[in-house]
Design a protein around this ligand. Sequence first.
Ligand code: SAM
Length: 211
Amino acid sequence: MSPRPNPYAHAPRLPEGDAVALDSLFALRGGPVELEVGPGRGAFILERAAERPETRLLGLEIRRKWATLVDERLRARGFGDRARVVCEDARVALGRLAPDASVACVFIHFPDPWWKKRHEKRLVVGDPLLDAICRLLADGGEVFLQTDVATRAAEYAAQLGGRPELEPAGDEGGSPALAAAPHGAESNREKRARADGLPLYRLRYRRRPRS
Ligand SMILES: C[S@@+](CC[C@H](N)C(=O)[O-])C[C@H]1O[C@@H](n2cnc3c(N)ncnc32)[C@H](O)[C@@H]1O
């Protein structure tokens, strides 16, 4: 029997090339650009697009199925000119985006549901991703990360807090911790975690001005 064709073989991708201009991905000209790493089923990007008509949004999702379906939903809701999801490994794809200092915000909701040593190579939050985020964020731009796993939150705080380009931008001076989500949109995992009464660890950092 021949294998069944993958129904998501034609998932949307970034254009070929070493450098991909963010402006070239959207029909809407001008306005802030925000990135979401691993949007999954897409609740956050869909709600954010509805909330922020002036903002351009790009989701980078490694699973073909969710990249395809969420990109279709964005189009079906009339956001296709300014909000897209492409099927890419964010660790690689962010390194191709241009220009530097052009992104207002990067969202990373509940990354890395991997716990075994042998799955460490799948972890999305690491030096390649953070190098690209620090390069792409405009001065004063923000990176927001949340998780429901306390040990992971501490690891992320150490990784992001160790970056000289970033400063903590939480509720209190010198801390990245935020008590509430400040974005008027929630990811699927966030909705479920809230319904289940799980603790949520929310971290926000701001890009220091380039000298
Ligand atoms: C635990 S899920 C969270 C989904 C969504 N952010 C939420 O909060 O509901 C992690 C998501 O990250 C995606 N992901 C994992 N590694 C990735 C990578 N290297 N690049 C892009 N997406 C990735 C997964 O496919 C999945 O959709």
